[in-house]
Ligand binder design. Sequence first.
Ligand code: H79
Length: 454
Amino acid sequence: MTTEEGVIREAQRQRADARHDPRLDWWRDAKFGMFIHWGLYAIPAGEWQGQAIPGIGEWIMLRARIPVAEYERLAAQFNPVQFDAAQWVSLAKRAGQKYLVITAKHHDGFCMFHSKVGRYNIVDATPFGRDPMKELAAECARQGIKLGFYYSQTQDWHHPDGDGNDWDFSPETKDFAGYIENYVKPQVRELLTNYGPVCLIWFDTPKVITPEQSRSLVDLVHQLQPDCLVNGRIGNALGDYAEARDNAIPDTLVDADWETPATINDTWGYKRDDQRWKSPQELIRKLVDIASKGGNYLLNVGPTAEGVIPQPSVERLLAVGEWLGRNGESVYGTRPGPLQGLAWGRSTVRPASGEPASGEPASGGPERVYLHVFDWPAGGALHVPLPHHRVHRALLLGSPPSASDGGATLPVTAGPEGLTVQGPPVAPDAVDTVVVLELAGNGATGPGRRDPSR
Ligand code: H79
């Protein structure tokens, strides 16, 4: 068994130069994105011919072995009149998400964009007749959020030569190379030509794709839009950053550009009976956990066939956004903190000014270490194992910045085992109280420090 960290490190080892690629700067600072899985599978919503189909909702065609001719008929019913691009983008913004990635084509092969390569797409095959990707691209530009597309490059259960459908098509007679050349590439070209700047293409489940095919897709993306990132699931250890397994968070810091794609409940595509919603606390702590280990959190919503993002998702995203509204400084633009494996929480760090994190106000000062306290100590005395650093001051994030304000700074005492920060007896925030340590001088604190030679 390979560990999750092992998978990511292996991917990164093969592209060591990428660690400092400035094309990823915005993405490294973003930390939090919205994933949207939306397609025909939202109509059956986990149920086929009166049977509940186990597993994730967007896999229903495979799990129920639905013939292409039958599944295709869903398109004639797809009319998401409640779809409102402005609302979706606004939700992502209020949640504090900095980029949005939506399924342009998932494994079922149905194109949620207007493709000229075939008619199995939302404009040509549904009564809806609109191109939601166009509308989202316009709204993302208007509201200032980056847009990326999920595109299933290997699995396509609708295309006779795509991978995965062995109930309609015989695997022996498939021309997979022809499918990549004559279908995938023209569609990737459409996505990168017709929708303005695309921040990334999110490929998935590489399976049988060859190194040459992966390479040629990466090259095509970069040729069309040099700044467009490619995620690691293009396969064959290529791509601009590494992807953790679905819903998997590494146990330890990973020195790589990596991302965890994750669900709020269990499914990606809308599934009516999946009500196993994670709590806001769980989501906030996962975001912080991921940021503290150097990753990004791409958190999914699965809108209904009417075009509505389920209310439990909305509520949770707004709760995360509310927390970020007060504590965003400790997440956006940060790097893994000097303290890893803390019993009571996590740490992130903002490098001293002169190394500003793009998109955030320059810190204009010393290095700031953020202590994310999940489990507030009884009595409020927080032990911080940072023995070699002199702390200029400690304060609760969100309290007035003036050092003369007695309510803002917290008393710090140094001992042989580290520092003790005296906070209030009761946790100011039961989910995650952020204590800021401002380090005196040019503190070089380890994992979060950038190599000044690069
Ligand atoms: O797009 C989402 C998933 O559909 C996709 N990746 C995320 C981002 C994904 N592709 N493959 N997988 C996830 C792994 C799929 C595993 C399972 Fe199954 C699908 C388990 C149950 C359904 C395949 C079919 C394995 C068992 C039955």
